[in-house]
Design a protein around this ligand. Sequence first.
Ligand code: MLT
Length: 205
Amino acid sequence: MTELSFIHRYEPATDVNRPPLLLLHGTGGDENDLLGLGRTISPGSALLSPRGKILENGMPRFFRRLAEGVFDEEDVKFRANELANFVIEARKAYGLAAPVAMGFSNGANIAAAMLMLRPEVLSGATLLRAMVPLSKAPQADLSGKCVLMISGAMDPIIPADNAKRLAASLSESGAEVQHEVLPTGHNLSQTDLQLLVKWFAEQSL
Ligand code: MLT
């Protein structure tokens, strides 16, 4: 694997019409977690899958938190920029277009922070069980970017109004946001998968 600033996995594209995916795992996951999901939701896409650099009791994450749902916002900003720089490095190393992020939980939160702080790095995003990552974010220009957010109505970690606020703030910044709320909790369901497959198929039309 090419030496870059994050431990990562990379799979080259087999279909050049499909966008590259930036796969961002949840707390306690790693760079292997979402490869299978990535292959299923956008067959043929190049897959770039870094491992978060923070360790919380041995569990990899993409930024520090003070408690569940309470983020160290200075670290969120630092880590979102660090990850954005990795994406730029990887694009050069592998010859990739700007990727669509596909993040779950902590990975979705860092993807949302990247959209707000470094919007040029991502061409779009799918945010699974995301919440507002920064209480005061700069007003980014997200026009032309499509975002699919999927939340769980019974998610014990993410209050429904928090997810709604994130969707609203991304749309106010100009993104084309589709926000789906499923009758489920924090874990992914079969319906998440179906919505992702449909959304990616629509993006490649
Ligand atoms: C976070 O810390 O990013 C969220 O609480 C989600 C999680 O990873 O549990």
